[in-house]
Design a binder for this molecule. Structure first.
Ligand code: NAD
Ligand code: DAU
Length: 349
């Protein structure tokens, strides 16, 4: 039996990765380590919590001693590291917590892995999950490849870029075996409603304004979260050590076009008159340092590992809306309390 540590498994992407590994690999024991910040939610994993190959560990990656103890106790064979502060807007108001968790927390995990694995690096793997935002912004054309220089623009992307550098440095300096993947914007079930798609779904349900930043002409490359989890599974099992893989949806949308598509799907599903959700669109003050365009060239993971997205955007978005409409309690629970305060501060005029 292999012991796999997945960090951030109670979050959005992490919960899909945990589910996939628990269900598909009965020979692995999956340890989900999560601090349960505002973004972590064990409700996301109700269906696997009783599995015999699953254990939840409540811990903070900023606690270096606690993390080393867990590595010594459970002798993890591999790590898939997703725990992070993940929202760009929050990084603009509170950069230090991004520095702490995303950089310091990652280095704590690297130190523990190095210490416990030092006599047998061969069979081990530290798989670091990162973002396309480390590459900065594109103009109207071009794609991010694995060779694009890092050029981060937000405190979030600067902290993720730094963590990527540390992972690579531990590989070069100490021989720690690693893989890094850099993925584009994910969407799907269980995403916290601070990110564009679930925030707008929730606001349409509640008939609140849809706050589009700036002129809405910013472009993102969207990928269904389960397709990201499948790519992580492939890279984990078949990826080459010391390699980076870019993962993306081949699916670029300008924010304003995406929001209009979302509005029309919501009108259909909620049985509201055509264009009624669109009337909620409100252009608001832009995000500072807002990256114009992200787009991933995912041809390497496609050619080397045979991965490609399985759903069209319309299918994925429709599934996503259905999930939120049938899980209104989930939405209600995560938007009560602290969320209201966050929303008020973030969207005040
Ligand atoms: P998320 O915010 O939904 O989840 C993050 C999880 O990490 C939460 O469960 C939280 O409780 C946990 N966590 C935070 N700080 C912690 C700490 N100090 N110790 C232990 N656990 C802690 O994030 P997500 O969107 O699922 O992103 C997961 C990872 O994927 C992140 O590393 C992010 O940078 C990366 N990523 C995200 C996207 C995206 O579109 N969401 C795209 C590419 C890469
Ligand atoms: O590209 C990968 C990254 O995608 C991940 O690394 C991040 O963790 C994830 O949060 C996401 O970052 P973005 O900043 O692109 O995602 P967000 O959902 O916050 O915003 C998407 C776009 O929508 C962006 O151009 C900003 C805009 N936006 C967002 C919000 C929350 C709005 O216009 N209004 C909003 O209220």
């Amino acid at each position: 039996m292999k012991n796999i540590l997945i960090t951030g498994g109670a979050g959005f992407i992490g919960s899909h990765v945990v589910r996939l590994f628990v269900n598909n690999y009965p020979d692995y024991h999956i340890y989900n380590l999560d601090a349960l910040t505002y973004a972590g939610n064990l409700e996301n994993l109700k269906d696997v919590e009783a599995a015999s190959n699953y254990t939840f560990l409540k811990a903070d990656i900023n606690d270096s001693e606690g993390i080393l103890n867990l590595f010594q106790k459970y002798r993890f064979d591999s790590v898939i590291h997703l725990a992070a502060e993940s929202h760009v807007d929050r990084s603009i108001t509170d950069p230090l917590s991004f520095l702490k968790t995303n950089i310091f927390g990652t280095v704590n995990l690297l130190n523990a892995a190095k210490e416990v694995w030092k006599d047998d690096f061969e069979t081990k793997l530290f798989y670091h999950i990162s973002t396309d935002e480390v590459y900065g912004t594109l103009g109207e054309t071009g794609l991010f490849t694995e060779k694009t220089s890092y050029d981060p623009n937000s405190p979030y992307s600067a902290s993720k870029a730094s963590s990527d550098h540390f992972v690579r440095a531990y590989g070069e300096t100490y021989g720690l075996p690693y893989i890094i993947s850099n993925c584009s914007n994910n969407y799907g079930p269980n995403q916290f409603p601070e990110k564009l798609i679930p925030l707008f779904i929730n606001n349409i349900i509640e008939k609140r304004p849809l706050p589009v930043y700036g002129d809405g002409n910013y472009t993102r490359d969207w990928l269904y979260v389960i397709d990201h989890a499948t790519a992580i599974d492939l890279a984990f099992h078949k990826g080459k050590k010391k390699e980076t893989y870019n993962i993306g949806g081949f699916n670029e949308w300008k924010n304003i076009d995406l929001v209009k598509l979302l509005c029309s799907l919501m009108d259909e599903k909620l049985n509201t008159p055509e264009r009624s959700s669109e009337q909620l669109i409100t252009f608001v003050k832009d995000r500072p340092g807002h990256d114009l365009r992200y787009a991933i060239d995912a041809s390497k993971i496609n050619a080397d590992l045979g991965w490609k997205p399985s759903l069209t955007f319309e299918e994925g978005l429709s599934n996503t809306i259905d999930w939120y409409l049938t899980n209104k309690n989930w939405l209600k629970n995560v938007t009560s309390g602290a969320y209201q305060e966050y929303y008020k501060n973030q969207y005040k005029k």
